[in-house]
Design a binder for this molecule. Structure first.
Ligand SMILES: NCc1[nH]cc(CCC(=O)O)c1CC(=O)O
Length: 304
């Protein structure tokens, strides 16, 4: 009889899509069967606080990790963006899948792009990184909080609470909302969150037999890029509570380039740095140090 991998997952439509995507890959490429164990996390419930305050502490992960520790599940599937750079010591990321569209999306029912917004327009986001980048490009905009899952955020836009909202393109595309993307916010003018667009599998470190099977499914190039971005994040002591953007790309000559920026919450200060290299962890640390040399610590402290 085939052994079954129980996948702990959040219950949001996006999380369920991602977990089913990973389940299908596991069933197609290994001898394991899968079953989903949907659950609610603190991050899903505490909609009153902004992500800036709760993000980065793994509040989308804790319940899933507890279920692995309790032996109720074998793995958890996450948006890598929600996985803090300093994972608890008992856990490991054993596979990362090919990155989808890493950009942020400008979503509006009236305007096609950021530059079309009238003076003082209201934009919805609870991400400090998105807020800071919006204000650095358009200091006149009013940024209002917007939390909840992708569907409820779109509903709030449709209810007329905002002139535009910013969401991850990957999440919108996975849920079939491609047509809601009016334009993509892309590098070099705009940087996504660390790991944005990448889905990964977390499991217990001690579960090395399963980890070995699952790591064979990973997309090594995406994993290296995500590693570089996470290394930068760790070095900058980053979490969602700070406005850091980063994007690594893999090149034909097996080098990785990493571009990153840190922004003050009001967008008035921003610094960026980039570098190309081979070792993702060293590359992340190098770019982080370049940002620290330019005063990143002081800028990031403004968000505390
Ligand atoms: N913070 C929630 C979250 N975590 C990952 C994604 C999008 C999917 C991805 O980045 O892979 C989203 C939604 C959003 O930011 O719009």
């Amino acid at each position: 009889m085939k052994k079954t991998i129980t996948i702990a997952t959040r219950e949001s439509a996006l999380a369920m899509w991602q977990s089913k995507y990973v389940a299908a890959i596991i069933e197609a490429k290994t001898d394991y069967k899968t079953q989903l164990l949907p659950m609610t996390t603190e991050g899903d419930q505490r909609l009153e606080v902004t992500l800036n305050k709760i993000g980065g502490k793994g509040l989308f992960l804790k319940e899933l990790e507890q279920s692995m520790l309790a032996g109720e599940s074998d793995i958890a599937v996450h948006s890598m963006k929600d996985v803090p750079a300093d994972l608890p010591a008992e856990f490991q990321i054993c596979a990362v899948f090919p990155r989808a569209d890493e950009s942020d999306a400008f979503v509006s029912n009236r305007y096609e792009k950021l530059t079309d917004l009238p003076q003082g327009a209201v934009v919805g986001t609870s991400s400090l990184r998105r807020q800071a980048q919006l204000l650095s490009l358009r200091p006149d905009l009013i940024i209002n909080p917007l939390r909840g899952n992708v569907n409820s955020r779109l509903q709030k836009l449709d209810d007329g609470l905002y002139d535009a909202i910013i969401l991850a393109s990957a999440g919108l595309k996975r849920l079939g909302f491609d047509d809601r993307i009016k334009s993509r916010l892309t590098a070099p003018k705009w940087l996504p969150a660390v790991s944005q667009g990448a889905v990964g599998i977390e499991c217990l470190k001690q579960n090395d037999e399963l980890a070995a099977v699952l790591s064979a499914l990973a997309d090594e190039k995406t994993w290296q890029c995500v590693r570089a971005e996470r290394s930068l994040n760790l070095k900058l002591n980053g979490s969602c509570s700070v406005a850091i953007g980063a994007l690594a790309s893999y090149h034909l000559d097996d080098t990785i380039s990493l571009k990153a920026g840190v922004y003050s919450p009001d967008g008035s200060q921003s610094i960026t740095a980039r570098q190309q290299g081979y070792d993702p962890v060293k590359l992340g640390e190098y770019v982080a140090n370049k940002l620290l040399d330019q005063g990143a610590t002081e800028i990031l402290a403004l968000a505390e």
